[in-house]
Structure formats: structure tokens, C-alpha cells
Write a protein that binds this ligand. Structure first.
Ligand code: ATP
Ligand code: MG
Length: 225
């Protein structure tokens, strides 16, 4: 069974009386273990698709099914719970809290959820991203690539069903970006999660198991290796 599926999904935004068709009739299935690149020019709907996959928002029509749960069957509170349990987010600008240490940044989702053994979990995730030994540093004492590793460790701390990354290498140089892409691909496979990454990077497209190309809110092409 797909870990996340889109069944005839459309998403409209209404702003100042204007309707924008951000996504139009998207049907897509993503399996566990898949590292998927979402590509297409600015405004084609990549971030909107990630938001729907990550239970950040409801589709206007059609269904998004995340690990067996149809998001549109939930209310706002249910959507928030689903998102907290099932989704790890990785951001272009890392979004680390600068007054917290690396350990504390990675632990935070567990502490907010009232889960025990946060330090042990953080230590393990930092080991996965090859940052063991740096837990007591603050973000300003890290390189960009190291900050993104912390972002990945934090995204993985609750063992999410899917990882979503919006331009995860957008603030990194090409070489560092490629290392991060390799890490994401390896972790996706080893942890048997699924990663969907919005990207403009050709390197990311070349490394992915599948490239989903959007154009004006529609799927133009799905290329699977
Ligand atoms: N909250 C919103 N309210 C209104 N319109 C929105 C909103 N979010 C996105 N849109 C519109 O929906 C369309 C798709 O936007 P989206 O952010 O998904 O594109 P994108 O592919 O991620 O672009 P980029 O590569 O620039 O990040 C665009 O026309 C955008 O202006
Ligand atoms: Mg975007």
C-alpha cells in the first residue's frame, strides 16, 4: 500500500476574491522507501502539494491518504495530530531555534509531545546524520550543511511515516547540497520511509528514485527509475 496517495486532488486558493488553481486533478502514489523529487517552475504547485501530503491543509476536492488516513475526513485538530505523528519537515532555511543547542533542537518535537527518552532519541538521530559529538553546540557554531543535518535529525526524531523537504539544498553550495541529498536518499531507504522533496536542482532530480514534474498545477510527467 502507498504510504501517501493523491486521488484526483485539486487545491484552489481564494485571495481577494481571486481564485488560484494551485493543483488540478493530481493522482499520485508514493511507496515506502521512495525518494521523490518534485520539480517544475516557480508557482507550479510544488509547495502546495507538499502541504497537502503533510496534512498542513485540506484539498479543495479529491482525497489525500496519508498512511491509511484520509485527511479530508478529519477536522483541524485531527489534521494537526496526524501531521505531528506521521510527518517530518525539512526546510530550506533549516528553521533551527538559535537559543537552543543541537540536542535541544532535535529533542523539541518529542518534548512538546510529552514523550520520554528525548535525549536518547536525539543522540541516535544525530548519529544517523553523522553529527555525533556536536549535540552541545549552538546552531551559530555549525556550517550550513551541519545545520541541515540537524534539521534532518529533528525531522526524524518522531520516526515519521514520510519526510517532506521544500528546497532542502536551496541554501547550500552544490557540493554540500549533494552530500545532503545522498544522506536523505540513504536514510529514506534504510528507515523505509518516503521522502518527497520540492527542488529546482538538477542533481536532486538525477539522484531521485522518481521525478514528478508539475506544470500549472498538473502532473506533466512521472519518471521512475
Ligand atoms: N496561501 C496561498 N494563498 C493564495 N495563493 C497561493 C497560496 N500559496 C500558493 N499560492 C499560489 O498557488 C500557486 C502554487 O504555488 P506554490 O507555492 O505551490 O508553487 P511552487 O511550485 O512551490 O513555487 P516555488 O518554486 O516558487 O516555491 C501559485 O500561483 C501561488 O501564487
Ligand atoms: Mg515552493
Amino acid at each position: 500500500m502507498a504510504i501517501v496517495s493523491f486521488e484526483k486532488v485539486s487545491k484552489d486558493y481564494l485571495t481577494d476574491g481571486q481564485r488560484v488553481h494551485a493543483l488540478d486533478d493530481i493522482t499520485l502514489e508514493i511507496e515506502r522507501g521512495e525518494f521523490v523529487a518534485l520539480m517544475g517552475r516557480s508557482g507550479c504547485g510544488k509547495s502546495t502539494l507538499l502541504n497537502l501530503a503533510g496534512a498542513m491543509d485540506f484539498p479543495t476536492s479529491g482525497n489525500v491518504v496519508l498512511d491509511g488516513v484520509t485527511t479530508s475526513a478529519l477536522k483541524d485538530a485531527g489534521l494537526t495530530c496526524l501531521r505531528r505523528e506521521k510527518v517530518g519537515f525539512i526546510f530550506q532555511s533549516f528553521q533551527l531555534l538559535h537559543t537552543l543547542t543541537v540536542f535541544e533542537n532535535v529533542e523539541l518535537p518529542l518534548l512538546l509531545a510529552g514523550k520520554p527518552k528525548a535525549r536518547d532519541a536525539a543522540r541516535e538521530r544525530l548519529d544517523w546524520v553523522e553529527l555525533d559529538g556536536l549535540g552541545d553546540r549552538y546552531p551559530h557554531q555549525l556550517s550550513g550543511g551541519q545545520m541541515q543535518r540537524v534539521g534532518i535529525a529533528r525531522a526524524l526524531v518522531q520516526s515519521p511515516a514520510i519526510l517532506l523537504a521544500d528546497e532542502p539544498t536551496g541554501n547550500l553550495d552544490t557540493i554540500t547540497g549533494n552530500v545532503i541529498l545522498g544522506l536523505l536518499k540513504r536514510l529514506t531507504r534504510e528507515l523505509n520511509t518516503a521522502t518527497i522533496m520540492a527542488t529546482h536542482s538538477a542533481e536532486a532530480g538525477a539522484l531521485a528514485d522518481a521525478v514528478v514534474r508539475l506544470r500549472d498545477g498538473k502532473i506533466e510527467e512521472i519518471g521512475r527509475r
